[in-house]
Design a protein around this ligand. Structure first.
Ligand code: NAD
Ligand code: DAO
Ligand code: ZN
Length: 369
């Protein structure tokens, strides 16, 4: 079929709106009509060329929601008409990783997904007879896309696509890092570095978990008001702190935070986040994705003295199991998504979403098809 899509032909160049060819679903695959998609920092990271695994030409996008229009042979858990959220972290429920409760990193289709291909090693997208690659197994910057069954979460039908698409990445990554990865306890003190599309969801996750003190750190003063609305109790702008940030935060939290979260992708900030975690038990969670080749460092004594350093991908969530629950939390009013969606646009205007992001003017832009 012919499908309208925003194609990334080359790193560093804007997306171009094209009509591409899309083959139907093969064994274990599902054809999805994408109704809405968020534009995330990670799409920008790949489009900019900073992503060492970025491949072109490709159809980017990994934060979508839509409706099943056809299923391939062997598909048993989804049918035409089901509402779904594509998952860049699938959940096959069978691989060694899925069977280990310590991780959410299903490896069932990891190698082909990383090469921009479907599990059988080929692409369903093409342009002028030449293959166009998939991205993160989702490619939501296309009006229709083909996704493996194990990479689709079935969601309730009354949930609005233009809001719950954000659960496909940002919301789950932020809230999940608090609930599933860190397992933050009631009464905790926390510091969140970076109050963008991810950090604000960490903040609302902390409020949900019952944290007492939620410190937000950002260079952009415009982020303070939104973060306070989401539960931040203290705001720190590093450019206004005299002297080192770490002792300032240790003093503010009276000895260090129980939990800290890095939501920027800056290795210097990752070090600060670890070092302002409480001696003896503080845990620092890295969420931000750093540029190719970047390395983290600290003095090993920081770990010897009981601080823990760990990371979180997709909030530690198991998509097919947890994403429908997060959609319920939204529909029950337990979490706010609407306030974070600052801009919506048609696919033709998708490059505006990247411009808004570069200027720090948007939290989340959503393309509505
Ligand atoms: P964003 O650009 O919306 O937000 C980043 C925020 O950090 C901005 O508000 C900016 O002002 C602030 N900032 C930048 N440098 C700073 C500094 N030195 N000190 C304090 N604040 C600073 O980005 P986002 O969409 O929230 O994404 C954050 C990171 O999370 C990115 O690296 C993204 O790739 C990554 N990410 C990770 C996962 C995962 O599963 N681990 C999922 C999605 C995104
Ligand atoms: O299993 O090796 C693996 C890779 C899992 C991918 C997790 C990606 C999380 C960070 C990228 C940001 C996504 C928007
Ligand atoms: Zn698996």
């Amino acid at each position: 079929m012919k499908v309208k899509a925003a194609v990334a032909h080359q790193a560093g160049k804007p997306l171009t709106i094209e009509t591409v060819d899309l083959e139907g679903p093969r064994f274990g695959e599902v054809l999805v009509e994408i109704k809405a998609t968020g534009v995330c920092h990670t799409d920008e990271f790949t489009l900019s060329g900073a992503d060492p695994e970025g491949l072109f030409p490709a159809i980017l996008g990994h934060e979508g929601a839509g409706v099943v229009v056809d299923v391939g042979p062997g598909v048993t858990t989804l049918k035409k008409g089901d509402h779904v959220i594509p998952l860049y972290t699938p959940e096959c429920r069978q691989c060694e990783y899925c069977l280990n409760p310590k991780t959410n990193l299903c490896q069932a289709i990891r190698s082909t997904q990383g090469q921009g291909l479907m599990p059988d090693g080929s692409s369903r997208f093409s342009l002028d007879g030449k293959p166009v690659l998939h991205y993160m197994g989702t490619s939501t910057f296309a009006q229709y896309t083909v996704v493996p069954e194990i990479a689709l979460a079935k969601i309730r039908e009354d949930a609005p696509f233009d809001k719950v698409c954000y659960i496909g990445c940002g919301v789950t990554t932020g809230i999940g890092a608090v609930i599933f990865t860190a397992k933050v306890e009631v009464g905790s003190k926390a510091v969140v570095f970076g109050l963008g599309g991810i950090g604000l969801n960490v903040i609302q996750g902390l409020r949900l978990a019952g944290a007492d003190m939620i410190v937000g750190v950002d260079l952009n003063p415009a982020r303070e008001a939104m973060a306070r609305k989401f539960g931040m109790t203290h705001f720190v702008n590093p450019s206004e702190v005299e002297g080192d940030l770490v002792p300032y935060l240790v003093s503010l939290t009276k000895g260090g935070a129980d939990y800290t979260f890095e939501c920027i992708g800056n290795v210097k900030v990752m070090r600060q986040a670890l070092e302002c975690a409480h001696k003896g038990w503080g845990t620092s969670v890295i969420i931000g994705v750093a540029p190719a080749g970047a390395e983290i460092s600290t003095r090993p004594f920081q770990l010897v003295t009981g601080r823990n350093w760990r990371g979180s991908a997709f909030g530690g969530a198991r998509g097919r199991t947890d994403v429908p629950k997060i959609v319920d939390w939204y529909m029950e009013g337990k979490i706010d998504i609407d306030s974070l969606i600052t801009h919506t646009m048609p696919l033709e205007k998708i490059n505006d979403a990247f411009d808004l992001m570069h200027r720090g003017e948007s939290i989340r832009s959503v393309v509505v098809y």
